[in-house]
Design a protein around this ligand. Structure first.
Ligand code: GLA
Length: 394
């Protein structure tokens, strides 16, 4: 994992933009403990922010020019555009996320001017740990502060989601931006995506590691498959409305759903079954973690993965290989994919003393089956997006 020396980042800023940065912001990535593909179905999710994230150093400009540079995409170089340029441009590559934030803020009537912005992230790109939502939110928090817009965190969370939906074209739910904007060190967030009611739960995992296991398979085609799953859920909901007064799948219990499930076409039946059962598992997992019933928590994680594999079909050989190998290893209480799926990362809850051995056996099995190595990180659960104050800048 890349780690950044902020003094060096400041020097790079000066070299690139020929003036010193004024302020530094940070937005984390996220993992989701359980509750996958439930957010856009009005169900529950249980994510947390991690300490890997995106750093953004900024200097306000007096004109209307925006210049951005990312150490993660040095080949793209400095991207410049006037604040009035509100169109998606493929040549602007990653900078479209910054552009999207500016464009939507201005559309909402906010007075946003120019800035120079240097970005550096240590979330592995394309690993499903929300590097794009992190970029959206570091930008949104920065502009909000630098231009004194006085929006609250939740406004910025919604803004990030709108950038993804309306500017980038991925029909994603609210989970990633919520976890990144609202995260709290040492806590996961049980979020009801229907009402946005949320509870912070201390992650009581003393003696255990949350191990992130990266398939190192890029989430290619992920966006179109993602939108396809979402459309299938919408179709299921329309059919279920003939039987229930609901406006989201998350409002149904598994027992209610099963009374009419056979009336749905087979594929839609499985998609809806996942969304509805996953919502129940997520609520149970929250209580299990609160009560310190870690075995029950682990079982629910395993059940989540099976449902994502068989009913939702978003795992694939790489994620299944990692997760099955982890589930069979000594000292693992549960494992599942995290995020959208189709590649990216899985997580496992592992007894600390067993972590090195688990990493070894999972690596061996994965290499034998897939032909290349996975990567592992031990997650630490950090705060949501914020400005970095001097003490943190080491
Ligand atoms: C992606 C999306 C989220 C959520 C997850 C699946 O991370 O951005 O909104 O739908 O997939 O749970």
């Amino acid at each position: 994992m890349l780690s950044f020396d902020l003094e060096r980042l400041k020097q790079t800023f000066e070299t690139v933009f020929e003036a010193a940065p004024e302020r530094t912001f940070f937005a984390p990535g996220r993992i989701n403990l359980i509750g996958e593909h439930t957010d856009y179905n009005g169900g529950h999710v249980f994510p947390c922010a991690i300490t890997f994230g995106t750093y953004g150093l900024v200097r306000k400009r007096e004109d209307n020019l925006i210049r951005v540079y990312s150490l993660n995409f040095e080949n793209v170089g400095v991207v410049s555009f006037p604040v009035t340029d509100e169109s998606y441009a493929s040549a602007h590559d990653w900078a479209n996320y910054v552009k999207g934030v500016v464009a939507l803020l201005r559309k909402d009537g906010h007075d946003v001017g120019g800035f120079d912005f240097l970005l550096a992230g240590n979330i592995p790109n394309g690993a499903g740990l929300s590097s794009s939502a992190s970029l959206e939110l570091v930008t949104a928090f920065m502009i909000n502060d630098v231009y004194g817009l006085k929006l609250d965190k939740l406004d910025l969370v919604h803004l990030g989601q709108r950038v993804e939906n309306d500017f980038i074209g991925v029909n994603s739910g609210i989970m990633d931006q919520f976890a990144i904007g609202m995260g709290k060190a040492g806590h996961a967030i049980l979020l009801d995506c229907d009402t946005l009611h949320h509870d912070y739960a201390p992650i009581k995992l003393d003696g255990y590691d949350i191990v992130i296991m990266n398939t190192n398979k890029r989430r290619e085609l992920a966006d179109s498959k993602y939108n396809e799953r979402r459309a299938e859920c919408d179709q299921s909901l329309e059919l279920l409305k003939a039987h229930f007064e609901i406006d989201a799948l998350g409002q149904l219990s598994v027992a209610e759903f099963e009374t009419v499930a056979v009336s749905l076409p087979e594929t839609l039946q499985r998609r809806a079954r996942h969304a509805i059962s996953e919502n129940e598992r997520t609520k149970l997992a929250f209580t299990a973690l609160q009560d310190g019933r870690l075995d029950a928590f682990g079982e629910l994680m395993n059940g989540s993965h099976t449902s994502l594999k068989d009913d939702y079909e978003v795992t694939g050989l790489e994620l299944d290989t990692l997760v099955t190998a982890a589930q069979h290893a000594d000292g693992v209480i549960g494992a599942r994919m995290t995020g959208a799926g189709f590649g990216g990362c899985a997580i496992a809850i592992v007894e600390k003393t067993a972590t090195p051995a688990v990493i070894d056996t999972v690596t061996k099995t994965y290499e034998e089956t897939i032909g290349y190595a996975p990567t592992f990180y031990i997650a630490s659960v950090g705060d949501g997006a914020h400005e970095l104050v001097e003490e943190e800048v080491k």
